[in-house]
Design a protein around this ligand. Structure first.
Ligand SMILES: [Zn+2]
Length: 271
């Protein structure tokens, strides 16, 4: 196998011994890869930029010659975008950290994920340029991430009887985390049984009520042309509710807690 070059976003960097780093990248052509950057703490020439989290680099890698099971070696990096504006803002930095943590924890190594790479690049770039509200960007990233990763939730119609959101008569519709779908009042009642079907019925026991307006906003954010994303207008209420829904549903599905999300919640409380 020959050596390779690709664009890459840095997902994680850990120290290894006194001089080296082990780095995980989301690459444009090879999905997630883990590499060793030998002597990276000293070698400013080979590794331009500080190899910061979520920076975009053009990287050159070589496969280990002797021990085939050893890590791929990072030979050189050229910084393409350090997203400096994000780093001046603690909120923006935390959002960016959440997005890369999500990909790091979910994605297996070595599977090409061009669509995911382009999505992550898009939200980081927009966040850096302050083109779109960071809260809306995070909704956009999360809902599209779910589609790419194969657990696209059904937000458009009742998951059992297929009644479209517009024809469901309640203001708040139950979203079931386990099944990743909404349920109209009637179907929820049948599912929960007669004793527990009293309005805010429990479904699988993991879920929440979401307003119709928020569901429609999320569907729009998920399906609109990315290049028109700057036209997304969301009410503050829909943003807040969308945040609660996605930031609960995603950790539930992945089965992990996110350090960055915990910190983000703390920041919001202190604001
Ligand atoms: Zn139904």
């Amino acid at each position: 196998m020959s050596d390779f070059c690709t664009d890459a976003i840095l997902l994680r960097k850990i120290e290894y011994g006194d001089h080296d780093y082990i780095i995980t990248f989301l690459t444009r052509s090879r999905g997630k890869i883990c590499v060793i950057a030998k002597n990276a703490k000293k070698s400013v020439k080979r590794f331009s930029g500080a190899l910061d989290l979520f920076s975009v680099n053009h990287i050159q890698c070589t496969f280990p010659k002797k021990n085939k099971d050893a890590l791929i070696i990072l030979a050189q990096t050229d910084l393409e975008n350090g997203f400096g504006n994000i780093r001046y803002d603690v909120f923006k930095t935390t959002y960016a950290c959440y997005w890369v943590e999500l990909i790091y924890l979910w994605l297996e190594e070595g599977k090409e994920q061009t669509e995911l790479y382009d999505l992550l690049f898009f939200v980081l770039d927009m966040l850096n340029q302050s083109e779109i509200r960071m809260e809306v960007l995070s909704l956009l990233f999360q809902i599209r991430f779910m589609g790419i990763s194969g657990f696209n939730p059904n937000l458009e119609a009742c998951g059992t009887c297929s009644t479209p959101v517009d024809d469901i008569h309640q203001k708040n519709i139950y979203f079931d985390f386990k099944e990743g779908r909404i349920l109209c009042h009637n179907c929820l009642k049948k599912k929960s049984g007669p004793e527990s079907g009293s309005g805010s019925g429990s479904g699988s026991g993991y879920g929440m009520g979401v307003s119709k307006g928020t569901l429609k906003q999320l569907v729009w954010i998920n399906t609109a042309d990315l290049h028109r994303a700057d036209r997304i207008k969301s009410s503050l209420f829909a943003i807040k509710e969308g945040e609660i829904l996605l930031e609960s549903f995603i950790p539930f599905h992945i089965g992990r807690e996110f350090k960055s999300l915990k910190f983000l919640r703390q920041l919001r409380r202190e604001r």
